[in-house]
Design a protein around this ligand. Sequence first.
Ligand code: SF4
Ligand code: SF4
Length: 391
Amino acid sequence: MAAITLQPDMDFVRRLKETGGHNLKECYQCATCSVACPMAPDNKPFPRKEMVWASFGLKEKLTGDIDLWLCHNCGNCSDLCPRHAGPAELMSAARDIIYRDMLKPRLIGEWMSKPSGLVPLFLIPALIWFIVWWIRASIVGSWFPRAADGRIVFGTIFYGDYTIDPIFMITFFGAAFILAHGCRKLLDKFRPEGKLAVIGKKKNWFVCLMEVLWEETGSASKFAQCEEGPATGEPHKTRRFSHTMLVWSFCILTFVTTVVAIGHWGGKILPFILIETPMPQGFWVKILANIGAALLIIALIMLTWRRATLNRHQASNYYDWYLLGIIWAVALTGMFTQIFRLMDWIHWAFVIYYIHLVVVWMLFAYVPWSKLGHFVYRTAAMVYARMYGRS
Ligand code: SF4
Ligand code: SF4
């Protein structure tokens, strides 16, 4: 009989523990978690096998496991685990480590993994926008200028055409490029195709993508499946609702931003579609923007409440709190920017607007290393799994 030699990576085990899988060694392989999981396929279910691989430090096995990405972090398995080994937290920690390690520059992934990294992450955009403010203030002769008609217009300092638009365009497309590269690297981990537990009929990737997007955003049926899973200690019925609201608020705000960009740039060629900022409160695009912002705030309150009141067998890690924190920062600074502008408090309005630009930049630029990027990676993995009949 051939001997098999395991090569445990104990440093990987240490990192899993640090990132959220503190209790992984408590597992005694009863498989209750795999029975409890509403997402696990019948053939080779998860997350028991992942607990074995994590326990033995089998890094290659775990990081090349597509099932990690089928998990929706509902916490049923952690609730029902008799040893409180935290399988849901282990699955989440493994995903976090994968996208921390996968992309360059690695330093950003390191900073994104711990609270002390917030300082450099904040300072980078703070410096960029401060330099913009400083140069513009030198040109217009004031750090807090008013428009010719006396209104507060942020474009007098942060002029859209030459500052905000090019900086955010470079940031957006740079992040999108890194994100696409990350998806490619992730899918490479699942190859060769024989590594998949089930090989079924290969389906068209576009059909699979549409199915996954509908299940994840349109109908949120996967979250419903989580809620309808085995009875757990304290179900959080609002999870599906709050996630759906968050997704729709992002869709509305993205639509509004696109309309304003088209109106601004297109208006230079076709004057009848010109949109000037700040927009009047009664303008339909502004109304839509305020609806999107209100949905975002409600979703954030619900999600934060859920995370803060998880039962004692579940836990949120730093990645969860970072994403919630940065979206809160974007929403609140955006709201107060508008309030201070309407109140005509020019100093507060400009300072909060400056911080708003900093946190919006952080939200977009660091997406590939954050929980937001995780949604893209998971979508890519789910499409891939579905193409090969495992879903
Ligand atoms: S994680 Fe818990 S439920 Fe799952 S196999 Fe281990 S001890 Fe059992
Ligand atoms: S967190 Fe939910 S979806 Fe993920 S493994 Fe546990 S039971 Fe399954």
